[in-house]
Design a protein around this ligand. Structure first.
Ligand code: NAP
Length: 283
């Protein structure tokens, strides 16, 4: 597995396994199968409701903790944000059955972002989270967070797939040492991604699927990706992207698929701010 080096020196696998929308009762089996397939980066969130199942799969795998890279995410907290963030962090750690996280992300750019970030800086300083980062931050919010705080986020996890490529966002993140991580790398299959003619044709030239072309395209852009699947054959297929290389022309063809807009939701849309901000989790 190829690693990227985060801005504090921490090594992170460039390809991992995401567990969003895997029901808690299926998650232990899915993560067990993913670990058996060779995944070492696991991406969950308090909001996914499946941290305990992820933790059970980790424990039962017998894989040494230092071999794994575990990410979970903080949901929006009520005031006082610093206190509540610490409690939410400890709850996640307990549910996962771990004594530290590799990466702790702020899931949404809402609420008392600064109070939440200061509490995350503290768990990072104490070594309880090896790295801290954010998700769903547009460049303006990201830059504001960077310029007005001590710790620069190690990662920004944002919607990134062939139909929403985020090249300008990636450029800004590069300039500030923030690792770009893709969520929804397959756009959850929207726009017929898995049978898309351009992606399928490029895949055929390499004996690979459209899905593998997408993952390879992300890897070649130095973007960390976390495909989700509950099917072992797809888990294996999604890991098998390190034995071929897309040509400059193939990368350029994929670049033409960019629509420049989200296929899911815009975090700057007031309705989305209101909808996500209504949700609270028990810490
Ligand atoms: P995704 O990875 O883009 O797509 C998952 C879908 O693709 C599933 O329906 C899966 O079906 C299918 N699939 C997987 N591999 C395939 C293959 N080789 N061929 C055909 N179909 C395939 O979607 P996602 O789960 O939304 O995103 C990935 C991860 O990003 C999440 O699990 C989560 O960890 C993270 N995420 C983060 C945020 C955030 O706000 N930070 C938001 C969304 C997601 P099967 O399972 O049936 O195979």
């Amino acid at each position: 597995m190829h690693n990227v080096t985060l801005n504090n020196g921490v090594q992170m696998p460039i390809l991992g396994f995401g567990v969003y929308q895997i029901p808690p009762e299926q998650t232990e089996q899915a993560v067990t199968e993913a670990l058996a397939a060779g995944y070492r980066l696991l991406d969950t969130a308090a909001a996914y409701g499946n941290e305990e199942a992820v933790g059970r799969a980790i424990k039962n795998s017998g894989i040494a903790r230092k071999e794994l890279f575990v990410t979970t995410k903080l949901w929006i907290q009520d005031a006082p944000a610093q206190e509540n963030t610490r409690r939410a962090f400890e709850t996640s750690l307990n549910k996962l059955g771990l004594d530290h996280l590799d990466l702790y992300l702020m899931h949404q750019p809402y609420g008392d972002v600064y109070g939440q970030w200061r509490a995350m800086e503290a768990v990072n300083r104490e070594g309880l989270a090896q790295a801290i980062g954010v998700a769903n931050f547009h460049p303006d919010r990201l830059l504001d967070l960077i310029l007005n705080n001590e710790v620069t986020p190690a990662v920004n996890q944002i919607e990134t797939h062939p139909f929403f490529q985020r090249t300008a966002d990636q450029q800004l993140m590069r300039e500030h040492g923030v690792q770009h991580q893709s969520w929804g790398g397959f756009a959850e299959g929207k726009n017929n991604l898995f049978t898309h003619p351009v992606l399928s044709e490029i895949g055929a030239a390499h004996g690979k699927s459209a899905a593998q072309v997408v993952l390879r395209w992300l890897v070649q852009r130095d973007i960390v990706t976390i495909p989700k699947s509950v099917r072992p054959e797809r888990m294996a297929q999604n890991l098998d992207v390190f034995d071929f290389e897309l040509t400059h022309d193939q990368m350029a063809r994929i670049a033409t698929l960019d629509t420049g807009t989200t296929l899911f939701f815009d975090h700057r849309d007031p309705e989305m701010v209101a909808w996500l901000s209504k949700r609270r989790l028990d810490n």
